[in-house]
Design a binder for this molecule. Structure first.
Ligand code: GLN
Length: 217
């Protein structure tokens, strides 16, 4: 193992709008260093990224204007691990069911915005999520839904990790994980722990690549 891999992973948090401060707090609690991401230059040196909830149209438009959307697309294509919650899940989707808005894409899902919205704009429910590690791996997530989307369609590479009312509300595709709810608002740390673990693996991989490169010179 290389020395750099032992340090705290640097996890970017898209900090344009929405619930970004709460994510930074959870990341600190699970041993990572949160890094505010507002412009393309902020992506340098991060090992993973959190795309928080908020308003996905605003997030997409602002990030598109600064060139951040394009820069982030390149990092994701290069294997940057990401956790997208609520609006962050929408931004990571390849499409939304209605209308057009700037998206990062990256995940082979189609998402319905405000799907749980109309009658009950906000609610909390226990949701069983598969594939989470940790001591409390089996415990359901106390899921906070705020004008939440659901996953309408998913490709074969996507694993649906949780359903609510029959609809996909958490999923994983390789190093990308999404939730329709807000884990950062209910003291839930397992999603962030997963991201930090993936960030460590990717950082070690990157360090090894660099060492091989230097060795070959
Ligand atoms: N309804 C919002 C959207 O479509 C998402 C809500 C949230 O992130 N809490 O962007």
């Amino acid at each position: 193992m290389v020395a750099a891999a032992l340090g705290r992973p640097r996890i970017g948090v898209l900090s344009i709008q929405g619930a970004f401060a709460e994510h930074a707090r959870v990341l600190e609690r699970v041993g990572a260093e949160p890094v505010d991401v507002r412009a393309p230059g902020d992506l340098a040196g991060i090992d993973a990224i959190v795309l928080p909830g908020g308003e996905s149209t605003t997030l997409g438009l602002v990030a598109e204007e600064s060139g951040l959307l394009d820069a982030l697309r390149r990092r994701l294509a290069d294997g940057l691990p990401a956790l997208g919650t609520c609006a962050g899940m929408i931004v990571l989707a390849r499409a939304v069911t209605e209308g057009a808005q700037p998206l990062l894409g990256g995940m082979d899902i189609v998402v319905r915005r405000n799907a749980f919205g109309r009658q009950r704009h906000s609610f909390e429910a226990p949701v069983a999520v598969s594939g989470l590690d940790g001591a409390e791996a089996g415990a359901p997530v106390d899921a906070v839904f705020i004008r939440a989307p659901w996953i309408e369609e998913s490709g074969t590479g996507v694993e649906i990790l949780a359903r609510h009312g029959g609809h996909g509300v958490a999923a994983r595709q390789g190093d990308l994980m999404v939730t329709a709810f807000h884990p950062e608002l209910s003291g839930e740390h397992r999603f962030h722990e997963w991201l930090v673990a993936r960030a460590r693996v990717c950082r070690e991989r990157g360090d090894e690549r660099r060492e091989r490169h230097v060795g070959a010179q």
